[in-house]
Write a protein that binds this ligand. Structure first.
Ligand SMILES: Cc1cc2nc3c(=O)[nH]c(=O)nc-3n(C[C@H](O)[C@H](O)[C@H](O)COP(=O)(O)O)c2cc1C
Length: 357
């Protein structure tokens, strides 16, 4: 392996050094006292796997399938908004990896490139994540754009009814659009590698912006603190009627909600607590996964994220009832540590670990 990163934690430490503090904290941070973000990973660590012996495992195959799609790996990349803040061109790097590895890249409503560009770069290996944003017309337009550009899977994220309080972002004065002050200028000046690469990329592709908003004909502005509370049961019913492709509901933790979502015709439930970035008091996702699997039965596809920092974690999620896993911050740490090659290294690390567990 000619990689230069050998673990997600190593990538995280390097990203911490290389990214302006404001950007690192945006990725690494969580809500409240950030305990849930840590607990997600710790709960995965605490699961023990029983080694079974005398089985020939010389030939191993990590390929999988989810929602009638064949995938090269049993995990993909979770939806993350404004990825270009962690590394210029992040969406393109992720799309390229998704295409090469045949894994789904979940494209956020707040992605830094347009949803059309990303699915093209990902050679079709992209799913679209929808927020029930403040404008109904904007949501309608996004659904039509996703259909027209060939998305087969739509993920409705439902765990952001109101924006959470993220202390690190408040302390750093992290706002969108960016407010420039001495603190921010010092932060950027002391991280020249990131700042120079970002400035160069700005000449090529312009400032990082939430491009699905910028290219909307509705004039809807991206407001980071906007409520996504329009996503209620009625909205889900409407969406199920309108979207004939696969529909996934993301951010589910209660088994009662899972049962109702299944009954409403969703194709998969995405068990997630937003990586501890929303309700800090929520259960860990691995805890919810086991309860939801019991409640919905063996046939309902379950997608899992939250705290995955190794291939071992992926395997533990699958062993606990998930059909497929997604990595969030691990991918961002790879990007922050080494751009496209850092991301590739981290995906290799997680795959190789998963294959050898
Ligand atoms: C920087 C960042 C941005 C995110 N943006 C979104 C988003 O736009 N939509 C969404 O559904 N989830 C978003 N999430 C949550 C992720 O999809 C995922 O649930 C979470 O990162 C998984 O936890 P992990 O980071 O511990 O792997 C974001 C997470 C991060 C770290």
């Amino acid at each position: 392996m000619s990689n230069s990163l050998f673990s997600v934690e190593e990538a995280r430490q390097l990203a911490r050094k290389r990214l302006p503090r404001m950007m690192f904290d945006f990725v690494d941070g969580a809500s409240g006292d950030e305990s849930l973000s840590d607990l997600n990973s710790r709960a995965l660590d605490e699961i023990r796997l029983m080694p079974r012996v005398l089985v020939d495992v010389a030939d191993r195959d990590l390929s999988s399938n989810i929602l009638e799609q064949e995938t090269g790996l049993p995990f993909g990349i979770a939806p993350m908004g404004m990825c270009a803040l962690s590394w210029p061109g992040a969406d393109q790097h992720m799309a390229r990896e998704a295409a090469a590895r045949r894994i789904p890249l979940c494209v956020s409503t707040a992605s830094s490139s347009t949803l059309e560009q990303i699915i093209e770069d990902a050679e079709g290996h992209a799913w679209f994540q929808l927020y029930a944003d403040q404008s109904g017309d904007f949501v309608d337009e996004l659904i039509e754009r996703a259909k027209a550009s060939g998305y087969k899977v739509l993920i409705l994220t439902v765990d952001v009814p109101i924006p959470s309080v993220r202390t690190r972002d408040l302390r750093n004065g992290f706002t969108f659009p960016m407010q420039w002050g001495p603190r921010q200028i010092w932060d950027f000046a002391t991280h020249p590698r990131w700042s120079l690469t970002t400035v160069l990329q700005c000449f090529v592709a312009g400032m990082p912006r939430p491009m699905n908003y910028v290219t909307s004909t509705q004039g809807t502005k991206f407001i980071r603190s906007a409520s996504r509370g329009r996503a209620n049961w009625h909205f889900l019913e409407m969406l199920r009627d309108r979207w004939s492709g696969k529909l996934v509901v993301k951010g589910v933790q209660s088994h009662q909600d899972a049962i109702r979502i299944k009954a409403m015709g969703a194709d998969a439930i995405y068990v997630s607590n937003h990586g501890g970035r929303q309700l800090n008091a929520a259960p860990t996702t691995i805890e919810s996964l086991k309860v939801i699997r019991q409640a919905v039965g063996a046939d309902m596809p379950l997608i899992f994220d939250g705290g995955i920092r190794s291939g071992e974690h992926v395997i533990k999620a699958l062993a606990s009832g998930a059909n497929f896993a997604m990595v969030g911050r691990s991918a961002m740490y790879g990007l922050g540590a080494g751009g496209g090659s850092g991301l590739a290294d981290i995906l290799d690390v997680i795959s190789n670990e998963a294959s050898s567990v």
